[in-house]
Write a protein that binds this ligand. Sequence first.
Ligand code: PRP
Ligand code: URA
Length: 207
Amino acid sequence: MQVQIVDHPLAAARLTTMRDKATDNARFRAALSDLTQMLIYEALSQAPSESFPIETPLVGCEGTRLATPPLLVPVLRAGLGMVEQAHAMVPEAHVGFVGIARDEATAKPVPYLESLPDDLSGLPVFVLDPMLATGGSMLHTIELLVARNADDITAVCVVAAPEGVAALENSAHPVRLVVAAVDEGLDDVAYIVPGLGDAGDRQFGPR
Ligand code: PRP
Ligand code: URA
C-alpha cells in the first residue's frame, strides 16, 4: 500500500494546533480545514488531467482540468470537518456520506448511515476521516465502497496509528493513504498516542 506522509512546515503547524489541548473547538475546526486543503492538494498531485480549449482575453489556448474528479466521502462525525474544504478544492466533485461511531467499550465500528452512489467503478474515491486508529471504521467504509465496485480508494487522514496503517495494508483492498502524521501507537482504550484526542468531540463537543 502506498503511504504518502504530507511533511510540510505548514501542515506540521496546523497539526500542532490540533494536538494542543488548549485549542478550542473553533480553532480546532479552522486548523483541520487548513490542513485538509494541504492533504487534498497532495492527494491530487499525480491525478490525471485532460485538456480542453479556452479563450484568454488575448488568444485561444489549451486549458486543463481533472480528468475524473474524485467522489468525496466524509465519515461522520469527524470527517464532516474536512468535507467543506475538500469540496472547495474540487468543486466539481460529488459527495457521499458514511456514518460510523466506535463502540467506546470495544472500539469496534458501529455503522449508522450510508449514502453512496450504487456504482463506483472507474471513479476515484477520497474517504475523509481525520483519525485512523485501529482502522476498523476505515475498513468498514472501504468495504462499502468495494461492494459498489470502487477500485481506486484514497484514505485522507490527519493522524494514523501504525496499527491502523497495518490493518489497511493487510486488507489487500485497493487503497492508498495520505496522512499528515503516523503516531506512536494506541493506548489501552484504542486512542492514538500522542494523537489529538477525540476528533469528533474536539470539533462539535461531546456526544
Ligand atoms: C473516530 C474517527 C474515526 C474512528 C477511528 O470516530 O473519526 O472514524 O474514530 O477509529 P478506528 O480506526 O479505531 O475505527 P468516532 O467513532 O469517535 O465517531 P465521531 O466521529 O462521531 O466522534
Ligand atoms: N478516534 C478519535 O477521534 N481519536 C482517537 O485517538 C482514536 C479514535
